[in-house]
Design a protein around this ligand. Structure first.
Ligand code: PBG
Length: 340
């Protein structure tokens, strides 16, 4: 109190008392970020001994299968529970029905087998959507100027079975076609893969933040049949929130074991809302554009990379995410080890 003032301060509640020392703050901390929650997305390409830098995602590379296996070992040693794989498919293997997506000896099945052989405990999550395999760059089949739903389901289901047969632990449909979780669940069960789980991209928004990812895979929608070069007829409108709950109900009804919100930071309210009503684990995808923003600012000296990344991930956890897919996974795991 100011000794020259005769004002007697009677502030009873002083929240600052619990912020006084590091141990006090540790004691009352509500949310924790741990390596247990992190999944590392990785990009795979053909070839040998290749780690090709992705310009818009500093620190991330397209890895040939041998280098992918080395990275998987490293992530496993860091204590990261799993990886999510995405293929860079050569242009000459793309066609309008994404035939390559069902090739049992394709890049992804070979990558899964190699990783599972080297690190059997590391969870392998695979993406189900046609875009990296489609000459149109859409998540479904394009016909008559539209991305057709039901015809796409059959390919998605067959693709999921190919991935499960190669050893994938978790199948993650990111295509946003209606009814795809049910179609995939049925196909997996019929093929005998009742133990393979489904992580549904439940509330996946038509977002500008996927740009760097599409650079990495060369998977952006192409000029076809007058259909717009965006994904707004299947991915969700960023303006909508109630609709996420509707998608959630459908995915759970159809058999999703886990659900996802994507992107993460511009959609923290959606993560919170989904977590409130979901009775399954909720994942959030801290996507390529969110990663690129932090990296670009950090490289300019405008942000501290470590502090900004850890704060972003903690915020995603605080909003309600049980699982976070993030390109910061390896670095965060190392940073969290230093903290302990
Ligand atoms: C494929 C897919 C996308 C992402 C994950 N799976 C791109 C898209 O839908 O266009 C984006 C991930 C990221 O930006 O990090 N359907």
């Amino acid at each position: 109190m100011n000794p020259n003032s005769n004002l007697r301060l009677e502030i009873i509640h002083r929240p600052r008392r619990l912020r006084r020392t590091a141990n006090l703050r540790r004691l009352v901390r509500e949310t924790r970020l741990s390596t247990d929650h992190l999944i590392a997305p990785l990009f795979v390409c053909e070839g040998e001994d290749i780690a090709e830098a992705i310009e818009s995602m500093p620190g991330q590379n397209r890895l040939s299968v041998d280098r992918l296996v080395a990275e998987a070992r490293h992530l496993h040693e860091l204590g990261i529970p799993g990886i999510a794989l995405f293929p860079r498919v050569p242009d000459d293997q793309k066609d309008s029905t994404a035939t390559e997506a069902m090739n049992t000896d394709g890049l992804i099945p070979r990558a899964i087998r190699a990783v599972k052989e080297a690190t059997p405990d590391l969870l392998v999550i695979t993406d189900v959507a046609l875009d990296p395999y489609s000459s149109d760059g859409h998540d479904g089949i394009v016909r008559g100027g539209r991305v057709v739903n039901d015809e796409t389901l059959d390919i998605l289901a067959r693709m999921a079975v190919v991935q499960a047969a190669a050893g994938a632990d978790i199948i993650a449909p990111s295509d946003m076609m209606d009814g795809r979780v049910a179609a995939i669940r049925e196909a997996l069960d019929v093929a005998g893969y009742t133990d393979v789980s489904i992580l549904a991209y439940t509330a996946k928004y038509a977002s500008a933040f996927y740009g760097p990812f599409r650079d990495a895979l060369d998977s952006a929608p192409r000029e076809v049949e007058d259909i717009p070069r965006d994904k707004k007829t299947y991915q969700m409108d960023p303006a909508n929130s109630r609709e996420a709950v509707r998608e959630l109900m459908l995915d759970i009804e159809e058999g999703a074991d886990m659900v996802m919100v994507k992107p993460a930071l511009p959609y923290l309210d959606i993560i919170h809302r989904v977590k409130d009503v979901a009775d399954v684990p909720v994942a959030a995808y801290h996507v390529s554009g969110e990663y690129a923003m932090i990296m670009a600012a950090a490289r300019n000296g405008w942000l501290d990379e470590r502090d900004a990344a850890l704060e972003a991930l903690l915020g995603i956890r605080r909003a309600g995410a049980d699982i976070i897919l993030t390109y910061f996974a390896a670095k965060a795991a190392a940073w969290l080890q230093e903290q302990d």
